[in-house]
Write a protein that binds this ligand. Sequence first.
Ligand SMILES: *Cc1c(COP(=O)(O)O)cnc(C)c1O
Ligand code: SF4
Length: 392
Amino acid sequence: MSRTPGETDAATDPDAGPLPFRPVVPDEQWRDWRWHMRKRVTNAEKARQWIRLSPDEEEAIVKAAGKYRWSITPYYASLMDPDDPECPVRRQAVPAMGELAEFSGAEVDPVGDMFYRKTNRVVHKYPDRVIMLVTEACPVYCRHCTRKFHTTDVDGTYFRDDEGGSYDEDLRYIAEHPEIRDVLLTGGDPLSYQDGKLEEIVSALRAIPSVEIIRIGSRFPVLLPQRITDGLCEMLARYHPVWLNTHFNHPKEITEESAAAVDRLLRHGIPVGNQTVLLRGINDDVATMRRLMTELLRVRVRPYYLYHCDNVTGVSHFMTSVEKGWEIMEGLQGHITGFGVPQYVLTTRIGKIPIARPSYSETPDGLLLRNHRGQEMVVDSSVHPIRESDLR
Ligand SMILES: *Cc1c(COP(=O)(O)O)cnc(C)c1O
Ligand code: SF4
C-alpha cells in the first residue's frame, strides 16, 4: 500500500485540493525516520516536489546558501501548503529574503550563552541547572532558530572545540558541581543521534549522583515524529526521571503522527512540555495561539514557555512587539484553563524573564484585580492583606 503524503492534510483542509505533483511514498518508508533523514529537502529542485516556490523563496534559497543551513524532512514538507508562501509551516522552514536583511540590535548571541560556557558543551547560567550542547544537527533548520548562526553557520562556531570530542571534561564539570541537579540536553537536536550514542550520554549523566533530572529539548515530535520510536522511549525510560520539551508553533503541526509520538513518550513516563516562539505572520494572533494551546492539551502536551522572539541575526523579521505578546497572553489567561497558559518570557543575558502584564495592581484599599472580560474589583486589604505587617 502507498499513499501521498499530505492526504490527511487535505482531509482537514477543504481548500488544500489534490497535490498531483507530490511524491507517492510507500508507508513502510514513510514510517522510517532514517528514510526521512536521507531524503531531506536541501535544494530548490527537491523543494519543488512539495511546493510551488515563490520568487522570494527562490532568491533566498540561492542567497542564503553557504550562510545558513537549510534542510526539511519530507514529513514536515508534506504539511506545507503547496500554493501559499504565507503557510505557517512553510515560513518556518523555507528561506525568505527577510533572513538576509540587516536589523539594528541584531546579534548572533543576544542571550549571552557563550559568556556562560564552562566547557566545550556545558552552559551554566542558573544556579541549579545547565544546558549541555549535544549536536549542531537538526532534522529541519528552522528559519527562526535562536541559535541560527551557530546551528546553521556552515563553518560552525557552536562548540568551543568540536562536536565529536570526548565528553570527559563536560561530565567532570557536572560531577564537580553537585549544585547542578538538572541537565538539559539540547543543541541542535540531541535526538539527531542514534539511540546507542544517545544512551552513552544519558547513562553517563545518570551515573552522576547529584544529577536528579535529565531533560531533553527536541523538535523531532514536530519535524519528524517517526523518530520517537518505542525503542528510543524504552531506552530513555531506563534513565528516569527524564522529561522532554518540544516546540510546536502552530496548530497545523499537530497531526496524527505527532500526537502518536507524544503518546509514545507519555506511555513511557516521559512528560512532554512545549516551548512556543511568538513569530510574526505565523502565530501572532489570539485565535491561532488559543487553538495551539487547546490542541496541545488535547494531545496531552503541557504548554511551558511562550518566548518573545530574540533579536538574533537572520531572525529579526519574525519579531513582534512586546505589546503583541501581552495581547496574546490576555487572550489566553482566563479564556482557557490555567495549565494551558504558557509563561511569556524574554530571554536575556541575565536569564529568561517573565514579562506578561500583571492582572492586578496595588491601591491604597487593597489589590485591584482584572479578569479576562476586563471586569475589575478591589479586594479589601482587611480580607487579603498585602504586607506582612498588615497580617493580623
Ligand atoms: C533555558 C535555559 C535553561 C533551562 O531553563 P528552564 O527555565 O529551567 O527551562 C538552562 N540553562 C540555560 C543556559 C538556558 O538558556
Ligand atoms: S529544531 Fe530547534 S535547534 Fe534545531 S533549528 Fe529548529 S529551533 Fe533551532
